[in-house]
Design a protein around this ligand. Sequence first.
Ligand code: ADP
Ligand code: MG
Length: 293
Amino acid sequence: MTDATADRPVVHLSGLDKSFPTKGGGETAALQGIDLDVQTGEFISLIGPSGCGKSTLLRIVGDLIEPTAGSVEVNGKSARQARVDRDYGIVFQAPVLFDWRSVEANVRLPLEISGVTGAERDKRIDEMLDLVELSGFRDHYPHQLSGGMQQRVAIARALALQPALLLMDEPFGALDEMTRERLNAEVLRIWRATGKTVIFVTHSIPEAVFLSTRAVVMSPRPGRISHVVDVDLPQPRSEDSRETDRYYELVTEVREALRGRTPDADKPDTDTPGTDEPASPSQERARAEGSFG
Ligand code: ADP
Ligand code: MG
């Protein structure tokens, strides 16, 4: 699982299309012409309206489904080979935990499957539980945990095999806003501590801006990449980052991109908002509270 080859992207997507057959014998075009390179250590969010193909794209990267056209490389090899090599950890929207296994046993599962045993296995489990701050809950069962804690177990499990790439599909979408913000901070801490490359699907603008180094904005079906926003908020980020003017500017930039209003959108420039006279930070603050989707 060495991914240290300089300048080679962790993920290289080129000309990806995906269509699904429909019942009537037709086709749904879910993705069209997706080109994207993700570099080592980036935190990429995929943001776009419901049904635009975010999950489909993530699932193609993770080799859970195949594209109709185009190519996918992960660590310089096929997505299939990357999966065989266990280069991925995947976290889904609903924490997929085994109810009859304790927290510790859930985290142990991928290690068992891939034959990691003995002291090395125990050390990894301890490290992972420590990382997600659940060491005190190792003997609990999933039903004894809050939704946020369950999702932290899922993250620990996804990281147990030390994958180069962590794929997360709206992992906090079902949680309340306070819990989501806390877990966002936790994900950033984990990202910094482990140096992982992350691709994170969300439909929340604040979440995308707070977490990402780049926000990849997708258009409605068929999903295409309409805009990529460099999120240059300084690292390390904290709750205070959400109070900065730059944060609100970036929230606005992502919001405008989602609306299809970008500097290069094909609209008359008499109607281009935002760029010359940005809204005041307090106006942005009010608008930033909402999410999109
Ligand atoms: P998002 O995650 O952005 O909400 P999805 O990737 O789940 O969007 O879906 C994109 C489009 O592809 C939708 O129109 C959805 O109905 C369709 N789609 C996704 N998966 C399948 C599938 N397995 N079979 C048929 N259609 C699908
Ligand atoms: Mg989805």
